[in-house]
Design a protein around this ligand. Structure first.
Ligand code: BG6
Length: 509
């Protein structure tokens, strides 16, 4: 019998490994993503001792910029995050910059020579990460020039390519992209980021399910009535209209983040917490998705776009009035989708997936709605209705787990009330979580692909979504099918008709 342990999970955890010495080469180093996410994450990893003993960063972009200018720009970016700058000087000497022309092998060869020289300077033996923080239209070009310049081969150290979403805009283009990348890089070298997977509370879904004996026996169609997954944002399209107009919410959030959340809730336990076994189980869920009933599309799907409204007391413009958006745009900014997983465990259990921009609040939440009690012995005194149990996994901004159950209302009268058993990550103040990009970059340095997409998963999710996109985008009454909602609301009323757990039906607690 297992011994009782008073040790915390931290005592039991395996000490984090330090990655092997390597260089991180960022394509698109003068761009938004580098300043907003990548550099602050790398700096924090460095400041907390999570980078390799010997490592450096080489920014590469089209802009002509000196090393000093690059360092100053990056310092600003890191400062903007409110970081403690004590380690900056030490970090800054590891920052370099090389201008490149993305489609010229010659230019990439000059980069290769510079990297060889920097390897020597920093005592790094040839291991390299290439991070593509560039517009997706350039992924193929850069992957090809890297291969032509001999930068993809692993003869001298490992080479890893980190790719941001979107991985294509449909099945055909994702395959084409994969083939282009595959000319230089093998699957074990490709790290397709889904920053949702790298969120601490998302990772916790697996721990919660498989490190506790009491939930898993209930985690199936016998006890679960429905599952809902909500990713609500208050932000609008911001400055990304060029991309979003083409993508809409289904490509932007559903093909990737929502599918991964669904897979984590629904997957079978892998035999070991190891990258490919975990990814195999997630992939099996994608393979089990019931083909979407496109003939009755709108019985299972609600699409909508935001109108002008107000968020946090501030006026918010309509989507169509956002900069760069066509005045007659039909791009959906909100969707609720009812999905089924056709396997033994989940047969008949609906998964309601909802995501939208410009909603009331920022909230990513998974709710497991359990079934009703099979027989209510309280029906004479309380009527038939007893609130069902709910397990709420709050992913962000609050990081919490709550279990709702019924208890007796104190007092002489027989009455029930819903009470909440609650765990909050914030209460564990001493243990600061890592930000998603830190986790993703640290794992890429360690070569751990668990939290990254594998190509088979990407393709299965596109194969699921393609017919939906085609049906929505080609249907004659597309404009009439697109509902409207006020910015700052919880979305269109019709979503609440489709999804019983919608905040209009179940106020957000
Ligand atoms: C991105 C989408 O992948 O995720 C954005 O492209 C969205 O449109 C973002 O805003 C949401 O991420 P998070 O971490 O803020 O929930």
């Amino acid at each position: 019998m297992p011994q009782q342990s008073t040790k915390s999970h931290l005592d039991l955890a395996v000490a984090p490994k330090r990655p092997e010495d390597c260089a991180v080469v960022i394509f698109g180093a003068s761009g938004d993503l580098t300043g907003r996410k990548l550099l602050p994450a790398l700096y924090r990893l460095f400041a907390t001792g999570a980078t390799p003993e010997r490592f450096y960063i080489c920014g590469a972009a089209r802009s002509g910029m000196s090393q000093e200018e690059f360092r100053a720009k990056m310092r600003q970016a890191v400062e903007n995050k409110g970081s403690d700058m004590t380690a900056w000087d030490d970090f800054a000497v590891r920052l370099h910059y090389q201008p490149v022309v993305y489609d010229q092998a010659e230019s990439c060869r000059a980069l290769a020579a510079r990297l060889d020289q920097l390897d020597q300077e920093h005592g790094v033996g040839g291991n390299r990460i290439f991070e593509l923080a560039i517009p997706p239209a350039l992924y193929q070009t850069v992957a090809a020039t890297l291969a032509q310049a001999g930068l993809a081969g692993e003869e001298r150290g490992w080479r890893r390519l980190v790719v941001e979403k979107p991985f294509g805009r449909d099945l055909a283009s994702s395959r084409e992209l994969n083939q282009a990348i595959g000319r230089g890089f093998n699957e074990h070298q490709v790290f397709r980021i889904d920053h949702y997977l790298a969120k601490e509370t998302v990772q916790n879904i697996m721990m919660f399910r498989f490190a506790n004996a009491i939930f898993e026996p209930l985690w199936n169609r016998g006890y679960i009535e429905q599952v809902s997954i909500l990713a609500a944002e208050t932000l609008g399209v911001e400055h990304r209209a060029g991309y979003y107009e083409q993508a809409g919410v289904l490509r932007d959030m559903f093909q990737n983040h929502m599918m991964q959340l669904l897979a984590l809730v629904a997957a079978e336990p892998p035999s070991l917490f190891e990258a490919d076994r975990v990814r195999d189980e997630r992939t099996k869920i994608f393979r089990s998705l019931r083909p979407f009933p496109t003939e009755d599309l709108y019985d299972y799907l609600v699409l909508a776009q935001y109108e002008a409204g107000e968020i946090d007391g501030q006026p918010a413009p309509a989507y169509r009035a956002e900069p760069g958006v066509a005045p007659s745009s039909l791009a959906p900014t909100f969707a609720t989708m009812k999905v089924f997983v056709d396997n033994w465990r989940w047969q008949g259990v609906p998964f309601y997936l909802t995501s939208g921009k410009r909603l009331t609040e920022k909230l990513t939440r998974i709710v497991i709605h359990f079934r009703e009690v099979p027989h209510s012995l309280f029906r004479r005194v309380l009527g038939e209705d007893i609130q069902t149990n709910r397990l709420v996994l709050d992913i962000q901004p609050k990081e919490e787990i709550s279990l709702y159950f019924q208890a007796k209302q104190p007092g002489a009268q027989v009455a029930l009330r819903t009470v909440r058993l609650h765990f909050s990550y914030q209460d564990q103040a001493a243990q600061q979580g890592v930000e998603a990009y830190e986790k993703a970059l640290a794992d890429a340095m360690l070569g751990d692909q668990m939290l990254f997409w594998r190509q088979d998963g990407v393709e299965l999710c596109w194969a699921f979504l393609d017919p939906v996109l085609e049906a929505c985008e080609s249907c004659g009454d597309r404009a009439d099918r697109l509902h409207r909602y006020r910015a700052g609301s919880w979305g269109p009323r019709d979503a609440a008709k489709l999804w019983p757990g919608h905040p209009y039906n179940y106020p957000v607690g």
